[in-house]
Ligand binder design. Structure first.
Ligand code: SAT
Ligand code: MN
Length: 610
């Protein structure tokens, strides 16, 4: 870490490790506004990690975990009010309101800049402002997507080191004049001289703001992942979706998975599910069908561009996993467990055992006593959860035992299939293939899911979540859907990924899951591959091509055959009941709803005779 003197701020001298004039001018401008005690350029070194984590432990933000079981790993317990993304405080400040669209909060950019400048004034007093250069995607890319986060949170700097490629090597790529996304973050908790800090500084007033035209992010008041690690949802989805729209590519909320058949044929699959719907589990699947293998390339975000051969190539812009802890265990996701167990992991809001290990709901070996995520004593009969439902592990991708060797290849991997999916108790079958690209875009556009704890809001209520991007669109949803249709129109349909819609979460009358999920989802993936190869049986239903149980490889599956049939059922009445809900959603999208989506809706209604 290079202690830096910003000319005009800390006196004289010029020891900054960059000659990037625009970067320096911006750092100076922000430092003048926020008035940190010092400015430090993060270099991403091991020494810096040591220094930051030691400081975080001293401040009470981090607890060092049991070094024998979880080397170099830490637990942070957040302020109880700062545990998830705050969608109601998230803004897309496009120049024109109609460009933000009905799914986003909007405020005029000047008004927001005024308002937030007021909040930022003096907000880093008593703290250090870190300059964190980062790159989304492999460093060797021809067109690297760079960013610099200015933050007053050591927790953020440490987490950014896990989640992004960051530090001196990125500063080098920035050179003297490469463009970068300006990402400003403050926890909004200045310290007066002599004032003691709290373990998790934050502010009741929160703004997570994006200026898509100028590619800027301003975040205030929260230290939580998606609100504060600005490379993730803010850049890699909201800002990047706007870039992708302008540049003809796709920035999507998708995992990237590599499947290898018994014949050693390789298939890359991308899949979009809303937050906390099993993306990480699918990204790390252990196929239960003999001979099939899977490797991991990403668990949350895929950037897809056309290659010279006309195929869509995906790159994961991230460098780590920021996964939901509860539900993760040695049987549901042994790969995630091994990744975490390799150490170098930052946990947030999980519970801690008496010997400094971590625990969360559904993890094996429930202890008799824990310190819960609030720091209170917990026993199994406490009657409350030990870990917050949105508690997280933040761990380096490089430690993943099933990591695909090509994970860091700037070229990306050619995608053969895209899966959309949500969490639905009823109506939506286990798997369903679209008739074509536009119909697939319609499936994605009308995706729905029961809300999870990853954002504030009523858990369990069904909401439409187009391509799992509802909270992550940097522009108008109608323009976004048109962009999807245009991607198809401008491509050779044969080379495009085939599109499928899956639902692992359908339940029977007594509320039990009809499909066992997890590794058994490989049976669905095998069928997907068969369809890509032009094989694999299916029935043409009003909603798409759906397999019967006979079309799936169910050998050795420990599940009731009637349940499997029920999981695949397309019940016309259920779908007729879905129509008014889809209609309401498409009306909500408004005038910019692409005619292609409207046409698909009309065709669906015809097929359902409604
Ligand atoms: O908190 S994050 O936005 O990073 C995770 C998620 O909601 O998917
Ligand atoms: Mn996500």
């Amino acid at each position: 870490m290079t202690a830096a003197t910003i000319p005009g701020l800390n006196g004289t001298g010029d020891t900054v490790p960059t000659k990037h004039a625009e970067l320096l001018a911006w750092v100076r401008e922000v430092a003048e506004l926020t008035q940190p005690d010092r400015v430090v350029f993060a270099d991403g070194s091991d020494d810096e990690w040591e220094r930051l984590t030691t400081q975080l432990v001293a401040a009470g933000t981090f607890i060092r975990l049991n070094d024998n079981n979880l080397p170099n790993s830490f637990l942070a317990q957040s302020d109880p009010s700062d545990v998830a993304r705050v969608e109601s405080r998230t803004f897309i400040c496009s120049d024109r309101e109609e460009d933000a669209g009905p799914t986003n909060n909007w405020m005029a950019p000047d008004e927001m800049r005024d308002l937030m400048s007021g909040l930022y004034r003096g907000c880093m007093r008593g703290r250090t402002m870190y300059v964190v250069p980062f790159c989304m995607g492999p460093l060797g890319s021809d067109d690297p997507k760079l960013g610099v986060e200015l933050t007053d949170s050591e927790y953020v700097v440490a987490s950014m080191r896990v989640m992004t490629r960051m530090g001196s090597k990125v500063l080098e790529i920035l050179g003297e004049d490469r463009p970068f996304v300006k990402a400003l973050h403050s926890v909004g908790a200045p310290l007066e001289p002599g004032q003691d800090d709290v373990p998790w500084p934050c502010n009741d007033t929160k703004y997570i703001t994006h200026f898509p035209e100028s590619r800027e992010i301003w975040s205030f008041g929260s230290g939580y992942g998606g609100n504060a690690l600005l490379g993730k949802k803010c850049y890699a989805l909201r800002i990047a979706s706007a870039m992708a729209h302008d540049e003809g590519w796709l920035a999507e909320h998708m995992l990237i998975l590599k499947l290898i058949s018994p014949e050693d044929k390789v298939y890359y699959i991308a899949a979009a599910f809303p937050s906390a719907c099993g993306k990480t589990n699918l990204a790390m699947i252990h196929p239960t069908i003999p001979g099939w293998r899977a490797e991991t390339l990403g668990d949350d975000i895929a950037w897809m561009r056309f290659g010279e051969d006309g195929r869509l190539y995906a790159v994961n812009p991230e460098f780590g996993f920021f996964g939901v802890a509860p539900g993760t265990n040695w049987s549901s996701n042994p790969t995630a467990m091994k990744t975490i167990a390799a150490g170098n992991t930052v946990f947030t809001n999980v519970a801690m055992t008496d010997n400094g290990d971590v625990w969360w709901e559904d993890l094996e070996n429930m202890p008799d006593h824990l310190t819960d995520w609030l720091g209170d004593d917990w026993t199994p009969d406490s009657g409350r959860k030990a870990a917050h439902p949105n508690s997280r592990y933040c761990t380096p991708m490089s430690q993943c035992p099933t990591l695909a060797p090509e994970w860091d290849d700037p070229k990306g991997v050619p995608i053969s299939a895209i899966l959309f999916g949500g969490r639905r108790k009823n109506t939506v079958p286990l798997v369903n293939q679209s008739f074509n690209w536009q119909h697939g875009a319609f499936m994605g556009a009308t995706m729905s899911s029961e809300q999870t704890a990853a954002a504030e809001g009523q858990v369990g209520s069904v909401r439409r979540d187009p391509m799992a991007m509802l909270p992550f669109l940097g522009y108008h949803v109608g323009d976004y859907l048109q962009h999807w249709i245009d991607v198809g129109k401008n491509a050779d349909e044969d080379k495009l990924p085939k599109i499928f819609y899956v639902n692992w979460f359908r339940r029977g009358e007594d509320k039990r899951f009809l499909w066992p999920g997890f590794g058994e989802n490989s049976r669905v993936l095998k069928w997907v591959v068969e369809r890509i190869e032009g094989k694999g049986g299916a029935q043409e239903t009003p909603i798409g091509y759906v397999p019967t149980a006979q079309d799936l490889d169910l050998e050795g599956l420990d599940a009731n055959r009637n349940d499997v049939d029920e999981s695949l059922a397309v019940n016309v009445e259920d779908w007729q009941a879905e129509i008014p809900m889809i209609d309401e959603w498409l009306d909500f999208v408004g005038d910019k709803l692409p005619s292609g989506i409207r046409d698909e809706f009309e065709a669906l209604k015809d097929r359902l005779n409604t």
